[in-house]
Design a protein around this ligand. Structure first.
Ligand code: GPV
Length: 833
């Protein structure tokens, strides 16, 4: 396999090799060499980007010998390997993270100082790969970090989008999207593998025949072919020798692209076909949850899945041999339904290319895949029209029909005469236009199915996958999400990391987050509390400075509580509930300017899908409220509102450390898990939240007394919906609520325009699908309690320390161990340094 073709011998370590040495002297020498030989620059003329590239290559060099060694050990030991199939990886900047995982942050910083480099400026220079929308893509990135850290052999497969998630500007209060040209200046972390490339076909028709032995064979005659080329990024674990592979596919026109065959004499047609091929990996669809349902999106999904499965088959044939044991070598985790076509693709390759009979192929397929569901929102469940499938993937449609035929036979035998159930469970939705239900394909084609938090995994069984659960309950699991403490504590909040290490007396917590419990005994120690407060205030100062330089809002980190909601803009996440609270506080202050209240900075961050009108209007509302409040001297000593533009991983790392209060206020039953909730809490923020997703488990861990709970339970929501929810009654039954909503449409926040926010207010009063009005009063009461507690610093600090001390469960290392033990059946393959 080409990835093991690199030299097997790393030159001896004395004197230190420029490409592997970890001492300050060799880092300095390596940096100067890289600046000279890779960037072709000397210090005096180097641009900030040259300085960054030299640093990146210096770090990358130090990962490569571990990478090659890992590949060798994995290969020769025939290690069982997990393949994570995900359409998104929201990686965030690599440099600082790789320094931490290599264990050379400090020595590199000192080397930089001696070279007179501005270390922070170099880190800032990195353009982050934003190859994902939000939680789902970031989870994939955390899992790649943890897979390497807990030493599980793994390959992450995905798409090398040329344009990742758009950059967000705010103009006149509105979101404006700019394309993300992250590859413009080159990407030092990836290694192109032009020789690892696979054809991916689309369209055409199938031809059925029989071979000499009389077995039926199918030939798919496609009418378009593109080439998927591998780009590899090493993913290093923390403090270990294991380096796993992130392999992202770029679509290109095939090298053998034949003007003769495809476009006789049609030169422009041929060039057009080349452009068409390259379009496939051009851009990430910026919708999270509701799918766009566009043809190009299905092409993308099949593109990366086909390349990945072909690659897995190649690796298996190269190392183990016969495909009968494919599922013993590999387990493939489907990150939601985006890669679910893999079920049909593996069947096709085994049967059509490798002449395997249906039953044998099905047995391998069923034992290879596992499926993670990430949403309960019905509108987010992916379906594709049969007509589109027929046009793009005719062979896969046949296979899906056959999977369905056999599956529904087992349903009929199990539930005699229950044709309604058969229709519900079918892979084809026959109501309205015929559509393929990707979640059903994923469930039927998988050995195990899991949700991403305890509540979510339970709700799956009683709602969207109820029939499947009843038929095979043993296949349903929960694996609660987690986040990596390396990026979200050590990299983003170094002051807190240092303080934790000091009070725990060790830094084992970075690889074993349960060790944070050692902080518990110090929760009331005034010495720790004072230091804790200093660390939080310093982080708030950093954020306040940054915000004042980017957007101009001035916040007071000394007096103000930093109350932050940062996540994608969605009605179900209820940023508008937060806004109603701000408006209530504003009105109270206007009525009583001497109200002795705890000053607060309300900070938001989040992108809206470009086509999601209501989410964009929420952004405009936040910015409009901000404009009025921040410019009203009667209140702006007490409250300020800031919208941080372009919330991404890098900017998130500025927010989490600075939060006093974390807003996790989705309607119960709607947020599958949430992971921002964990990042905030790990950094000492207290949570105001509903009993939704992982909030429930966070509250269980930190203790109910250290969590600000409000709102209906999922069960209460279900009942209210069944009874018939009437938001209008709440609007008319609560004077303050009515006055807050009326202020939105009064023109105060819109320079007299009473129509601008009318759609938002009307939607709340008349539909309110996410029950903002029903939870409004409970939310306000809870916020009042929060202000009271914040006024008692010793109590707040104690709660904050206990939150951090009890966050061990939410390390993605724990999530990955759960998957490895309970779902994948994979053992760690330790590789030393
Ligand atoms: I489906 N999620 C996401 O970010 N994008 C999607 O397309 C879908 C789910 C999120 C959920 O909304 C979060 O609750 C969850 O924490 C996250 O996936 C990771 O599981």
């Amino acid at each position: 396999a080409p990835e093991t073709e690199a030299p097997t011998e790393v030159p001896a370590a004395t004197p230190e090799h420029t490409r592997t040495g970890m001492s300050k002297a060799s880092l300095k020498q390596a940096y100067i060499d890289n600046l000279f030989y890779i960037q072709g620059r000397f210090r005096e003329v180097a641009t900030p980007h040259d300085l960054y590239m030299a640093a990146a290559f210096t770090v990358r060099d130090r990962m490569l010998d571990r990478w090659v060694k890992s590949a060798q050990v994995y290969k020769t030991s025939h290690a069982r390997t997990v393949c994570y199939l995900s359409a998104e990886y929201l990686l965030g900047p690599h440099l600082a993270n790789n320094l931490v995982n290599l264990g050379i942050s400090e020595v590199a910083r000192r080397a930089g100082e001696e070279l007179d480099l501005d270390f922070e400026a170099i880190l800032e220079e990195e353009e982050e790969p934003g190859l994902g929308n939000g939680g789902l893509g970031r989870l994939a990135a955390c899992y790649m970090d943890s897979l390497a850290t807990v030493q599980i052999p793994a390959i992450g497969y995905g798409i090398r989008y040329e344009f990742g998630i758009f950059d967000q500007d705010i103009q006149n209060g509105w979101q404006v999207e700019r394309s993300d040209t992250w590859l413009r200046n080159g990407n030092p972390w990836e290694i192109p593998r032009p020789k690892i490339s696979f054809p991916v076909r689309y369209g055409g028709h199938t031809e059925h025949s029989r071979d000499q032995a009389g077995r039926s064979r199918v030939r798919w005659v496609a009418d378009m072919v593109v080439s998927g080329v591998a780009f590899d990024t090493p993913v290093l674990g923390y403090g270990v020798g294991n380096v796993n592979l992130l392999r992202l596919w770029k679509a290109e026109a095939p090298e053998s692209f034949d003007f003769q065959v495809f476009n006789v004499g049609d030169y422009y047609g041929a060039v057009h076909a080349k452009i068409e091929a390259e379009t496939i990996s051009k851009v990430l669809y910026p919708n999270d949850e509701p799918e766009a349902g566009k043809e190009l999106r299905l092409k993308q999904q099949y593109f990366f899945v086909s390349c990945s499965i072909q690659d897995m088959i190649r690796l298996h044939l190269n190392t183990v041999g016969p495909l009968e044991t494919f599922h013993e070598k590999f387990v493939a985790q489907l990150n939601d339904t985006h890669p679910a076509i893999a079920v049909a693709e593996l069947m096709r390759l085994l049967m059509d290319d490798h002449a395997m009979p249906w039953d044998a192929a099905w047995d391998i397929t069923r034992n290879t895949f596992c499926y993670t569901n990430h949403t309960l929102l019905p509108e987010a469940l992916e379906t594709w029209s049969v007509a589109l499938f027929e046009r793009l993937l005719p062979r896969h449609l046949e296979i899906i029909y056959e999977i369905n035929r056999r599956f529904l036979d087992t349903v009929r035998v199990r539930y005699l005469g229950d044709e309604a159930r058969v229709a519900r469970m079918s892979l084809i939705d026959e109501t309205g236009g015929r559509r393929i239900r990707m979640a059903h394909l994923a469930v039927v084609g998988s050995r195990a199915v899991n949700g991403v938090a305890a509540l979510h995994s339970e709700l799956i069984k009683t709602t969207i996958l109820k029939d499947f659960y009843e038929m095979s309950p043993e296949r349903f699991h929960n694996v609660t999400n987690g986040v990596t403490p390396r990026r979200f504590i050590v990299v983003s909040n170094p002051r807190l990391a240092e303080l934790i290490t000091e009070f725990c007396g060790h830094d084992r917590w970075i690889r074993d987050l349960d060790c944070l419990r050692d902080l518990e005994e110090h929760a009331e120690d005034p010495a720790l509390q004072a230091r804790w407060r200093e660390v939080k205030t310093a982080a708030k100062q950093d954020l306040a400075l940054w915000l004042s330089q980017h957007g101009g809002v001035v916040l007071d980190p000394q007096t103000m509580m930093f109350d932050i909601q940062a996540k994608r803009m969605h009605e179900y996440k209820r940023q508008h509930l937060n806004v109603l609270h701000i408006i209530r506080v504003y009105q109270r202050l206007k009525q009583n300017p001497n109200l002795g209240m705890v000053p607060r900075a309300f900070i938001f961050g989040g992108k809206a899908a470009p086509g999601y009108y209501m989410a964009k209007l929420m952004i405009k509302l936040i910015n409009s409220v901000a404009e009025v409040i921040n410019n009203d001297p009667q209140v702006n000593g007490f409250i300020r509102v800031a919208f941080m533009a372009d919330f991404n991983v890098k900017n998130g790392q500025r927010l989490y450390p600075a939060a006093d209060l974390s807003e996790q206020i989705s309607l119960a039953g709607k947020e599958a898990s949430g992971t921002g909730n964990m990042k905030f809490s790990m950094n000492g923020a207290l949570t105001v939240g509903t009993l939704d997703g992982a909030n429930i488990e966070i509250r269980d861990e930190v203790g109910a007394e250290n969590f600000f709970l409000f709102g209906m339970t999922a069960e209460e929501v279900r009942r209210k919906q069944a009874e018939g929810y009437r938001p209008w009654d709440y609007y008319h039954g609560d004077d303050e609520l009515r006055s807050d909503i009326d202020l939105v449409t009064s023109g105060l926040f819109s320079h007299g325009d009473t129509n601008l926010f009318r759609p938002l207010a009307d939607h709340l009063i008349n539909q309110d699908p996410f029950m903002v009005l029903a939870d409004y009063r409970a939310y306000l009461n809870c916020q009042d309690r929060i202000s009271e507690v914040y006024d008692r610093p010793a109590e707040w600090d104690r709660m904050s320390i206990l939150n951090v001390a009890r966050m061990g469960k939410f390390s993605s290392d724990r999530s990955i161990r759960d998957y490895a033990e309970r779902i994948w059946g994979i053992e760690p393959k330790p590789i030393g340094i």
